[in-house]
Design a protein around this ligand. Structure first.
Ligand code: SAH
Length: 231
């Protein structure tokens, strides 16, 4: 796993807020260093400018290439540079597993406004990835989502409590959705926990869970069964 995860953003505090919780906090205990870089410290002028209007006209502002390039070059070891964008290929669990196994540093570029100058993408970006066919207002949440999905695959981050391959889409689930989960109470407003889960027979429980996962996937995400290579 990479030893440094850096996020370049105009809202460093947005990013830092997440560093205090969950897998991000756990990762720092495992010696994975998290860095939040304020793009404005690499602005083109003393007013902190990092964007300008698009050549050719149109709405919105475009993030300039020089501050982004300077921010990446200022990192001791940027490693693999990832840009989250609606134009990217769709991020999947397979990617999360693959990135977790890489022994490389990762740098996330968080876009804002209308997007970033294509010349920065062409020269600096190793991987352009999307979180889905919809548009959000900045790359901070997409980058944090992707980083979370990578970090939870790193051994030790989730602890013994859970194992990432058993989650939905994981290798332990053959790319299917997770089986339905139940906890106390035994009965809630007339709805009971399936008897088999109380039987203590681990083999029977395993068989039930596999069948329940398949049924749930067939109902909610039939595309996963038709195209198992997708994930
Ligand atoms: N004008 C752009 C959208 C800009 S949204 C377009 O039409 O494609 C501003 C920033 O939010 C982007 O630069 C990107 O970093 C982030 N973003 C928005 N939607 C995203 C998505 N589906 N996946 C990943 N990043 C996204």
């Amino acid at each position: 796993m990479s030893r440094n995860l850096s996020f370049i953003s105009i809202h460093p505090q947005f990013i830092e807020a997440y560093f205090r919780f969950g897998v991000f906090k756990a990762a720092t205990r495992l010696n994975i260093q998290l860095h939040s870089i304020n793009l404005r410290t690499h602005a083109v002028d003393k007013h902190g400018s990092i964007d300008d209007s698009p050549f050719g006209g149109g709405d919105g502002m475009v993030m300039r290439v020089e501050p982004l390039a300077a921010a990446v070059r200022a990192l001791p070891k940027p490693g693999r540079v990832i840009y989250t964008s609606p134009s990217g290929r769709l991020w999947t669990q397979k990617d999360a597993e693959r990135y977790a196994a890489l022994d490389e540093d990762l740098t996330f570029i968080c876009g804002r406004f209308a997007g970033i100058d294509q010349r920065f993408v062409d020269a600096f970006i190793d991987d352009e990835v999307s979180i889905g066919d919809f548009v959000v207002s900045g790359g901070e949440l997409p980058s944090l989502l992707i980083a979370d999905s990578i970090l939870r695959q790193v051994p030790g981050v989730l602890g013994n409590e859970r194992s990432a391959p058993d989650d939905s889409f994981g290798s332990g689930m053959q790319g299917m959705l997770e089986y339905p989960l139940y906890t106390r109470p035994l009965e809630y407003e007339g709805h009971k926990v399936p008897d088999v889960l109380l039987s203590g027979d681990h083999q029977k429980i395993k068989v039930w869970r596999e069948a329940a996962a398949l049924e749930k996937t067939r109902k909610l995400r039939p595309d996963l069964l038709k195209n198992p290579s997708k994930n």
